[in-house]
Design a protein around this ligand. Structure first.
Ligand SMILES: [Zn+2]
Length: 405
């Protein structure tokens, strides 16, 4: 009986230990379950906390979706670093998918697809797309069209003469160049250096009016004495239109060629008849007293009167020479003749020189043939500088041309 009691006592002793151990295990299990319930991951993207999650894969999934969406928008992910940290967190602190996505978008480094513009092996700009390249080139072309004041309706072609191309690149949005700034940079470079980044060649055509000068034709005629001239036809300038093609490189004219011309109005030539008839008159001994065309003949009507001499055109100051030797018999002033000189050549012959600007001989002075006696002027009744020359025999006016050799 004693033995049985002892057995019973030791059984209970063992059972007490087991119960204790069982209880301890149970406690541990409860704690472990609780602990697992609070365990979570804190996820960082590029140093920013973006999520608290139980399962890391859920963040990875959202991240993949974000990068795939951005790829559709022409973006790619840049350098991105994801880090995880084991933490304890209450269920209420866990992030939902919407929040994770928003946080990823805020922290992710995305690079945009763009293009690098290169001209003549030089990097010029980082632009969004080829449309911007077209716009840039168009702006530069327009700048030079306006700068050179070219009427756009006259333009034949506008082209760039450079090796312009572009490469696709990925970059941050901030790296994109502003198109207006690049346009200004290219133009400024052209102004200050002789090596433009872009050469714009503008070809245009324009019509220019030019004068066709009238020529003078001389017709010889034996109806007039030698030395006599007569205006047959007054000349008139004509007009023509010339088509030119001009090439400009940025601001410099590099070519200007004539493509053709058309007469708008032909010139009318001046026709002068020049006498060729020999003067065999034995009295023809006088010198022509000054050089110049005869603008008014002897015998023509002149202000309602018969012209008693000839008018020889000249410039003020041209020398007047004595037609023959003789003696100055009169120097004077007359409303019609202005300053005049009369020379007595003897045998009743007298010559008169009118409208003089200056007279350099004195009354009574003996004069040689061809001696300068004064200068052509515009004095008296005269409409322009000329010499009025008269020959009188016994006071009667004669045609001087009959006496001039
Ligand atoms: Zn006259």
């Amino acid at each position: 009986m004693r033995k049985d009691v002892n057995k019973l006592i030791s059984f209970f002793k063992i059972s007490k230990k087991a119960v204790f151990l069982c209880g301890l295990s149970l406690m541990f299990c409860i704690l472990l379950i609780k602990f697992l319930d609070f365990s979570a991951y804190e996820v960082h993207l590029n140093g920013n906390c973006i999520a608290y999650v139980k399962d890391i894969n859920s963040v990875k999934e959202v991240y993949e979706n974000v990068t795939q969406d951005s790829f559709k928008n022409g973006e790619v992910s840049g350098n991105n670093e994801i880090q995880y940290k084991f933490v304890l967190a209450d269920k209420s602190a866990l992030s939902d998918e919407k929040l994770i996505k928003a946080n990823i978008l805020n922290s992710i480094n995305l690079k945009n697809k763009g293009i690098k513009l290169i001209t003549n092996n030089k990097d010029i700009a980082l632009l969004k797309d080829s449309n911007q390249v077209d716009e840039l080139i168009k702006n530069i072309k327009n700048y030079y069209i306006n700068k050179n004041h070219i009427d756009t309706s006259k333009i034949v072609s506008v082209k760039t003469k450079d090796n312009i191309y572009y490469e696709e690149v990925y970059m941050d949005k901030a790296e994109f160049d502003d198109i207006n700034k690049i346009c200004k940079y290219i133009i400024d470079e052209d102004e200050k250096s002789k090596k433009p980044l872009i050469n714009v060649e503008i070809t245009y055509r324009e019509k220019v009016k030019e004068t066709i000068p009238a020529e003078t034709n001389i017709i010889m005629s034996d109806e007039l004495y030698k030395g006599e001239t007569k205006l047959k036809q007054e000349g008139k300038n004509g007009e023509k239109e010339i088509l030119r093609e001009i090439k400009i490189n940025n601001s410099d004219v590099v070519e200007n060629k004539k493509l053709g011309e058309a007469t708008i109005c032909a010139a009318k030539n001046k026709i002068i008849i020049k006498g060729s008839k020999e003067n065999n008159n034995s009295l023809a001994f006088l010198y022509m007293p000054t050089r110049g065309a005869i603008t008014c003949q002897y015998g023509s009507r002149w202000g309602g009167e018969i012209h008693h001499g000839i008018d020889i055109a000249g410039n003020i100051g041209d020398p007047i020479k004595a037609a023959a030797e003789g003696v100055v018999n009169k120097i004077g002033w007359d409303n019609v003749y202005g300053n005049f000189v009369k020379i007595d050549h003897g045998k009743g012959m007298e010559t008169l020189y009118g409208h003089c600007s200056k007279i350099i001989v004195k009354e009574g002075e003996k004069i040689n043939k061809n001696q300068t006696i004064g200068n052509v002027g515009n004095t008296g009744r005269s409409t322009g500088p000329h010499l009025h020359f008269e020959v009188r025999i016994n006071g009667i006016a004669q045609n001087p041309m009959s006496y001039i050799k």
